[in-house]
Design a binder for this molecule. Sequence first.
Ligand code: PRX
Length: 660
Amino acid sequence: MTQSPGQGNALDNLLTESRTFPPSDEFAAQANAQPALYEEAKADREAFWAKQAERLHWDTKWDQVLDWSDAPFAKWFVGGKLNVAYNCVDRHVESGHGDQVAIHWEGEPGDSRAITYAELQREVSKAANALTSLGIGAEDRVAIYMPMVPEAIFAMLACARVGAMHSVVFGGFSAEALRTRIEDSSCRLVITTDGQYRRGNPAPLKPAVDEAVAGAPSVEKVIVVKRTDTEVAWTDKDVWWHELVDSQSDQHTPQAFDSEHPLFILYTSGTTGKPKGILHTSGGYLTQASYTHNYVFDLKPDTDVYWCTADIGWVTGHSYIVYGPLSNRVTQVVYEGTPNTPNEGRHWDIVQKYGVSIYYTAPTLIRTFMKWGADIPAKYDLSSLRVLGSVGEPINPEAWIWYRENVGGGKAPIVDTWWQTETGAIMISPLPGVVSTKPGSAQRPLPGIGAKVVNDEGVEVEHGGGGYLVLDEPWPSMLRGIWGDEERYKDTYWSRFGEQGFYFAGDGAKYDADGDIWLLGRVDDVMNVSGHRISTTEVESALVSHPTVAEAAVVGASDETTGQGIVAFVILRGGAGADAGGADAIKALRDHVAKEIGPIAKPRQIMVVPELPKTRSGKIMRRLLRDVAENRTVGDVTTLADSSVMDLISAGLQSGKSED
Ligand code: PRX
């Protein structure tokens, strides 16, 4: 099942791409990062991280920087105490910046709201008092299922303030996906909205919560923010945000929690059907989120306007909308909606309106902008942009160059940032002003971070060689485990290179001749669709839960816009009926997956096949299915139990009726 790293386009690009873009003298001179940062970290890693932790306010200073004695369970800044929300909000008000805008919120229909740090402090305090009034306190779990409205950020910070853990579930996930996540961590409270704006129209959100909560007995209350004013059903667990929160006092004294106090759980797909609840704690996480946000984006809090286009449902929204930026006293744009509402120039309109200077987005969106045409950004004044970022998947050099030319005016440095839900914060990225950037490469570990490309034996490969990406030193914002499953944590990340003690990231990577790192995509059964992780097994389980499907195999096939697209091969049940392979039935299957997991997991294509290629031990050979899905000549079939299966599949496909 393991895919060899370096297959497909990524490697071809890598072989031909040799351009580099040195920083301008002007940028380098004013940059937060200077070359000595690398030397400083190398000279004494722990002292370096201790210095970064000084960026924060600690109520009690730590006694020990790192305790790795219980590896792979790390403790950072041991004995230290802090309040994460105080660090993101109150201390900026106390230092005289209460009138600075923290969030320029832009609603999809065109409504907007400027929220200063003083106002943010009042809103978060009220929400924290509301949580306390419901009996929510330290280590309780709170599910947040919301679109990009300001209350989502208030809710996250309110949880952090009272020491409760939030579990944000992306608003595009289904009721069933929400229910399993609520259940896994026994959430006592859910915070949601009545509806959300999507492509210009209000769409209901609360019905999914009602369905999820009906099957999740741990939930005692549901707080509902009124956003779209859609009529919603009401249960005795429900309470309106504007009734509960707005009646609270706007004064709240934050309490300091231990550096290792849990901050949040965020579910992400792994190689099995069950999502993993990735656990992050307080002091180390906030230190690295703050440090990376400052240096990687070259943030100047007094003059920059920053915009990260991610959703808070993903880790990028946690670390680079909420915790990193707010801890650095950013002024940022938060946008609620889709990039083509009311037209395809919406992002550039927002950049122009607020004078955005730092813009952080995903390659899938850049490729979409490319498709829409360079004439669209050309209509706007984008001259305020001075740093551009990319995250979520490998960015192909064409998209990188397009981004630089058409968005960055041919001069803004691009930081291609590699990291994961598990790493909590950026790990590999060029530092703008220091490193000459290369289109398509994330380049080098940040100061203080250890990353390597190794072969199957865990030995570092030579420059020019490919293999697996590992992290060879513990880092402050590393996950502290998988919620409720210590063994799965050890197995998933620490067993592959257990002997060497390396964290296995699941990504293929390669060094170029200069020793810079190029990411080559996942090497396990995790797909990356528009920068979102979806496991093949999860989609397979959804398919076989449909009454007409006997067996299913899912692969990620390369896709021009989304990076990978989901392609499913299904065997129908004997009694499924003559129409079960028809267009309507295939559509019903795609809709079924959307209902089970969410629209992002909807297969791009479903092929009905008579058999699946299996090894003698019964393992599905996805490599061969990937060949079919990507229209390649089918590879080596000698390990198949029945080598004629691939002929059957190909013959079935030629009949033409199996494609959606
Ligand atoms: O495969 C890598 C890819 O996204 C995975 C992590 O996904 P997730 O936990 O959802 O977090 C995404 C946002 C941090 C990685 O294992 N990935 C992320 N950033 C990059 C990337 N692949 C290549 N280049 C990147 N810059």
